[in-house]
Design a protein around this ligand. Structure first.
Ligand code: HEC
Length: 495
């Protein structure tokens, strides 16, 4: 726990990553990985048929992708780094240690991809005039290849986070890279990207062509493209769907989670089927009834593709819980193997920073009394606030990666749902938190010691009385904790 904790109490930290990452995935899959081979194929087809209209359409579609991928696409790519390292520096740090060379190569591949898309777009007109069409088409396919390689590397990291496989016992980059979910997920995402590109290209074609025979020819061709990758998407999706339970269910010891997990896992299936239905409808319209394909109707499948992709990523994130790296590190950034130490010493003994309560956060409601009904003395207030400070620090370290105080997935709302408007019973809340992993196995076990459980419970009660938004390090700043007192045993393995 060596980093100050960034926290957004309204949307939640998860939403920050999710918004940026989903936008990035949609652009990356639909407009880069899937679209570059499609554009190159259209250019090739136009050249083969000596029909400049195909060439023209391909160029216009490429131009749209060029603008979006090099701006929003590239920025959200960097945005994932920024947001992920703000929200879970421990997770990203472990991943960098394992995948250093993977990312290093990915970086070179990405730079190559950017150079290629620049070259491909900017030389299009000139090389066409100079009769260097074949070379230009090759450039397009090279770009398509490099776009896919970036995905092929990153998907391995996503698979690793879900299930590191034999890396846990034999940690090497290769074992991490070839994790059990890698190939199934790649086999799903690849045709998914190609098919999505088909749907997006159909949409763009309606803007870039007139109501004439070429439009219908183009729509038919693009419809066929989308359709032809659909069976592969289905097969890949099925492989992915069946690879997930085998490996993930091993993680799940408790029956409740198995239920919860099964529900989310089924959602994955619905999403795959929903995508399939969307493509079938659009593609068959494009192929057989291109005249009846109005622009506005295509907004629906376009939004549906975006929605299902976003939801797909959310399900993927959910079924990974309570871990950020399967069986190795919990989502709160603490390693599974460090738990015995943390539960013995307490997490605060190992936390470098404290997140000071602001004046509003620590305000205690007027008229609060002791359990015996007496007004609190100043000394008691100061003592309570001391506890609340520890409670906040426990909450920030143990809960705030997934919960807010009063926003999305608010811990206060959960407690109100469970225990009513109050007054709550301290012992019940405490014993729930003590057994939180047993009750909801997608939450990690409580990482701290008994004293910290008390502080946390007091703090959770306080959140019920004081609805001020919890301030993260970016607002409240941090104080550096003094070294742990002497009686705290040092880490044995550090000696
Ligand atoms: C890995 C992410 C994660 C962490 C860390 C986490 N939770 Fe949760 N928690 C969840 C999710 C997800 C839910 C369920 C949300 C839903 O059902 O809508 C949940 C539900 C709850 C509930 C309601 C449980 C129920 O049975 O309905 C409580 C109370 C709760 N969390 C408290 C905490 C506290 C306190 C901490 C810190 C000690 C914590 N959680 C840490 C993810 C997490």
């Amino acid at each position: 726990m060596d980093f100050p904790i960034f926290h957004l109490d309204l949307l939640g930290n998860r939403a920050l990553i999710a918004i940026i990452a989903v936008l990035h995935v949609i652009i990356n899959h639909g407009l880069a990985v899937g679209m570059m081979p499609l554009v190159a194929a259209m250019e090739w087809y136009g050249h083969k048929k000596k029909d400049p209209r195909w060439d023209n359409l391909a160029y216009k579609i490429l131009f749209v992708c060029f603008i979006i991928t090099t701006t929003v696409g590239a920025l959200t790519g960097v945005g994932i780094w920024f947001s992920a390292s703000l929200v879970n520096p421990y997770g990203i740090a472990s991943l960098i240690r394992v995948f250093f060379w993977g990312w290093f190569i990915e970086w070179i591949v990405f730079i190559t991809e950017v150079c290629l898309i620049l070259a491909y777009t900017l030389t299009w007109k000139k090389w066409t005039e100079q009769g260097r069409k074949k070379e230009h088409i090759m450039l397009g396919f090279a770009l398509a290849f490099f776009s896919w390689v970036t995905m092929a590397i990153i998907v391995s990291i996503l698979g690793f986070m879900m299930d590191p496989g034999n890396w846990l016992t034999d940690p090497s980059l290769w074992n991490g890279f070839t994790n059990p979910i890698y190939l199934p997920q790649l086999s799903f995402r690849t045709p998914l990207s190609l098919m999505q590109a088909g749907i997006i290209a159909i949409f763009l074609t309606l803007f870039f062509t007139h109501r004439d025979s070429f439009r219908y020819e183009a729509l038919r061709g693009l419809g066929l493209w989308a359709l032809c990758f659909t069976p592969f998407m289905l097969l890949g999706g099925w492989w992915y769907y069946s690879a997930v339970p085998e490996t993930m269910q091993e993680n799940l010891s408790v029956s409740l989670l198995t239920l919860e997990f099964a529900e989310w896992h089924d959602k994955l299936l619905y999403i795959i089927v929903a995508m399939l239905v969307i493509v079938l409808i659009v593609a068959q319209m494009a192929i057989f009834r291109p005249r009846y394909l109005p622009k506005w109707i295509l907004v629906i499948p376009l939004l549906a593709v975006i929605w299902t992709t976003g939801h797909f990523e959310r399900v993927r994130e959910f079924i990974r819980k309570p871990y950020i790296i399967g069986k190795y590190m919990y989502a709160n950034g603490m390693r599974v193997e460090d738990y015995p130490l943390l539960q013995r010493d307490g997490i605060l003994a190992h936390a470098t920073y404290s997140h000071p309560l602001t004046e509003e956060e620590k305000a205690i409601p007027q008229g609060k009394t002791t359990p015996a009904g007496k007004p609190l003395t100043e000394q008691e207030i100061a003592e309570l606030q001391g506890h609340l400070q520890h409670g906040k620090d426990v909450f920030m370290n143990a809960c705030s990666r997934c919960h807010t105080g009063h926003g999305v997935n608010s811990v206060n709302q959960h407690l109100r749902r469970m225990y009513g408007d109050g007054p709550w019973d301290k012992e019940s809340v405490k014993s729930y938190m003590e057994n939180m992993h047993g009750a909801q196995p997608f939450m990690p076990p409580f990482p701290g010691n008994a004293k910290e459980l008390d502080y946390l419970t007091e703090y959770l009660f306080h959140l019920e009385e004081n609805k001020t938004k919890i301030k993260g390090a970016q607002t409240s700043g941090v104080t550096v904790n003094t070294p742990a007192p002497k009686e705290t045993p040092a880490r044995e393995d550090a000696q």
